[in-house]
Design a protein around this ligand. Structure first.
Ligand code: TRP
Length: 333
């Protein structure tokens, strides 16, 4: 059998996963697990750059594991693991730090954003965040990295660091590229029409995979509408367009077609529209929530799959690091 190409991605355990994570990331992971050699990582070390208080870390890490599996990721097929369990990551990060320049790191958009957000904690880990991310990726000599638009600059830096290593010490790493299914990345708008769903901000306008049914209903029913279109076939205001976009994710096509026709004919009732969306969201989210909860309650199972994932990731890391140390000339006898 031909060797499969290598895919790697990471998700930070800094809050509850939401519908945007599902459609932007997890659904793609699930699609990739058949055709690629996949490494999916919970980036607990990265979360220390912004969340030095680790009180909630343990629960968040477990939840990300449980929710990924509940969404259809098969821990037998992929390596689903925790970043801190692979100490080789830290070693590679150290070597890469010698090739990363202060100037390029300071120019990174996410760094500048975080300096603004947490002026009292501009730590070196924040500055070298893209270096650690590069180590995550090239540790497995991954080629494809399924990530959202906001990570494109980090991927470009990863290519630079990998190439710099190759030029200086010999060819070890392939160039990693961002991988997207289809042309347009699915955007999952927040329920208030202001931006995207978010792990930490805007919680009332974000649908979390852990939300109870009545919470889902309440959030959807609060979505912004108005008194309806005033003439046939009017363009939709953006907050109404958002509701239709959310419907496209979870509602049946004929149901959407009916509401489209009602909108164009000015007979639409937004209360009914939202009730439909709420029920379809409940249908969509509740099995994931229940499965995740069941997994969260089974500590033995969680521990077992975390160890299994770490073993797979470690095997690949060990091979790469032997080549890295050799290339670097850290083999003295
Ligand atoms: N920086 C990524 C984010 O914020 C998370 C991440 C960490 C990651 N390591 C990675 C993504 C490696 C892709 C590959 O979403």
């Amino acid at each position: 059998m031909a060797k499969k190409e290598i895919v790697m991605s990471g998700i930070r355990p800094t809050g509850f996963l939401h519908l945007g994570n599902y459609f932007g990331a997890m659904r793609n992971y699930v699609r990739m697990q058949e055709d690629f050699d996949c490494y999916f990582m919970v980036a607990d070390l990265h979360s220390l750059t912004t969340h030095p208080d680790t009180k909630e870390l343990r629960n968040n890490v477990k939840r990300v594991f449980a929710e990924n599996i509940a969404c259809g990721l098969d821990p037998q097929k992929v390596a689903l693991y925790c970043q801190s369990h692979i100490v080789e990551t830290s070693e590679l990060y150290l070597y890469l730090n010698m090739m990363a320049y202060k100037g390029e790191l300071e120019k990174t958009t996410t760094f500048k954003d975080k300096v603004r957000l947490q002026p009292d904690n501009v730590n070196a880990g924040l500055l070298t965040y893209p270096v650690l991310q590069t180590a995550d990726i090239i540790l497995h000599r991954a080629k494809y990295v399924p990530v959202g638009k906001d990570q494109e600059q980090h991927l470009e830096m990863a290519r630079n660091f990998a190439n710099r290593f190759n030029h200086r010490y010999g060819e070890v790493f392939p160039e990693p590229v961002a991988f997207n299914f289809g042309q347009d990345l699915i955007k999952v708008p927040s329920l208030d029409g202001a931006g995207k769903m978010s792990k930490s901000e805007n919680q009332n306008a974000t649908l979390y995979l852990a939300d109870e049914n009545d919470v889902i209903r309440k959030k959807v029913m609060k979505a912004k509408t108005d008194s309806g279109p005033t003439e046939p076939n009017m363009p939709k205001p953006d907050y109404i367009e958002n509701i239709f976009n959310l419907m496209k994710l979870v509602c049946a096509p004929d149901v959407i077609a009916k509401f489209e026709a009602d909108y164009n004919g000015c007979t639409i009732r937004y209360g009914d529209l939202k009730k439909q969306l709420a029920e379809d969201m409940v249908q969509f989210i509740s099995p994931i929530r229940e499965k995740a909860q069941q997994i969260m309650n089974d500590e033995n199972y969680l521990k077992q799959i975390m160890e299994m994932g770490a073993e797979k990731a470690r095997a690949s890391a060990t091979t790469t690091m032997a080549r890295v140390r050799n290339a670097l000339g850290l083999n003295y006898f």
